[in-house]
Design a protein around this ligand. Structure first.
Ligand SMILES: [Zn+2]
Length: 415
């Protein structure tokens, strides 16, 4: 079972029996490029049935995608002796992870001619929209002969909708509801977010990302299994896929959500490390809200109220996942933005880039800050609070302010 990184606190898991490890040839990168091209097409691409014959065994493979629940891999095999084993081998294309070859064992009665299938049930291990899968079959007959098909690829596209796509720089944006200006505005927000992060932190994306804009949070939640009810946007960072539910009446929220999730993607890219070490949440969310541009009214109001009422949360506490209580969560986002802004404005973008680079090496939170700035999280807390002209020591009491939550079709925080 392997953890798939996604935005913030949402974790998805993909499991498979009989997992083996295999090194992938450079051909896979060419395949990936072709797959990315396929991914922007409005319909799911599945290879046509293909025949393959090796050493007396004839194999005939096909695949059917039933988004979001199933992928059915079918195989026909013929030999002069009984076919006794048919296995599907597949690799999910995920950035920054060791390639894992998984296997699915088809169930059938041994015979000289066999027609069977192996079904990937997404209720057990899900894939995000746009995920790329490389697969092939192997066969064994009773005489000990073996055969293998060519390697094929598929894109797990959400073909329930008629997608349109636009691309600019590293970003491809697909949508199916709303006109061109709606999509262009979201793309503009994405580009502005990229520029803002580049100019203020020095962070530049190394790959490409595909953003799927669903017409609502409800549509998004129907796009993949295990989606939490609050979900308004999901960042499948390992897959370079972002999915956000944006109703056409919520364009301004959507622009923020696109920039926010895009920033998460960039930061994850440049800080990913094999040690499994992450960033403190205040840094992740502070950068993501920084990428949005001016702090949203709700976060600013929560921050101002917390300052006024001495209800700020310590930097150290903000290094852990934020409270599920919306009022505290709003303060946490507002504070995180303020802390990151303080670091950028007082110590410059080069140091912020250095900090991200240190985290990429798997450093602890306090050690990373010490190395770059010469103070730890408590020191940061003190300096940041001094910058706000707050004399008292911070309070860990729960905030009691009242905040009006965003309501409407996309009720949720973008985490
Ligand atoms: Zn976030």
């Amino acid at each position: 079972m392997k953890k798939i990184t996604s935005c913030c606190y949402v974790k998805y898991y993909i499991g498979a029996k009989n997992v083996k490890y295999k090194k992938i040839t450079p051909v896979r990168y060419i395949l990936t490029f072709i797959l990315l091209l396929c991914a922007i097409l409005p319909v799911a691409i599945a290879p046509a049935p293909v025949k393959s014959a090796t050493a007396g065994i004839t194999l005939n493979s096909s695949v059917q995608i039933s988004y979001p629940t199933l992928i059915t891999f079918r195989i026909q095999a013929q030999s002069s002796d009984n076919i006794i084993q048919l296995r599907l081998h597949y690799i999910v294309d995920r950035q920054n992870y060791a390639s894992v070859v998984s296997e699915g064992w088809a169930v059938f009665n041994p015979a000289a001619s066999v027609e069977t299938q192996w079904v990937w049930d997404m209720r057990k291990s899900s894939l995000p929209p746009g995920a790329n899968v490389e697969y092939w079959w192997s066969a064994l007959d009773a005489a000990g002969r073996t055969a293998m098909t060519e390697h094929y690829s598929l894109v797990f596209n959400d073909d329930r909708y008629k997608w349109q796509s636009i691309s600019e720089g590293p970003v491809t944006l697909s949508w199916y509801s709303g006109n061109d200006s709606f999509a262009n505005s979201l793309m503009e927000a994405a580009q502005q977010g990229l520029t803002r992060i580049k100019n203020n932190t020095g962070a530049v994306p190394e790959g490409k990302v595909h953003i799927y804009i669903y017409a609502s949070a409800q549509d998004l939640q129907g796009a993949h299994l295990f989606a939490p009810q609050w979900e308004g946007g999901v960042n499948f960072t390992g897959y370079n896929v972002i999915a956000i539910g944006v109703h056409t009446s919520q364009l301004e929220w959507g622009r923020r959500a696109v920039a926010h999730e895009l920033t998460h993607w960039i930061v994850n890219q440049i800080t990913f490390n094999s040690y499994g070490a992450g960033l403190p949440v205040w840094l992740e969310e502070g950068l993501a809200t920084y990428g949005e541009g001016e702090l949203s009214f709700d976060y600013q109001y929560a921050l101002d109220s917390a300052i006024k009422n001495n209800k700020l949360i310590s930097v150290r506490s903000l290094s852990s996942p934020f409270s599920a209580l919306s009022e505290e969560a709003y303060i946490s986002y507002g504070e995180s933005n303020s802390i990151v802004t303080f670091l950028i404005e007082n110590y410059g973008k080069d140091n912020m880039k250095k900090l991200l680079d240190v985290f990429q090496k798997g450093s602890g939170y306090d050690e990373a800050l010490q190395q770059v700035y010469g103070f730890d999280q408590d020191g940061l807390d003190l300096l940041w609070r001094q910058s706000l002209d707050i004399e008292e020591s911070f309070s860990e009491q729960s905030p009691d302010i009242s905040i009006t939550l965003i309501t409407g079709p996309v009720l949720s925080l973008v985490s």
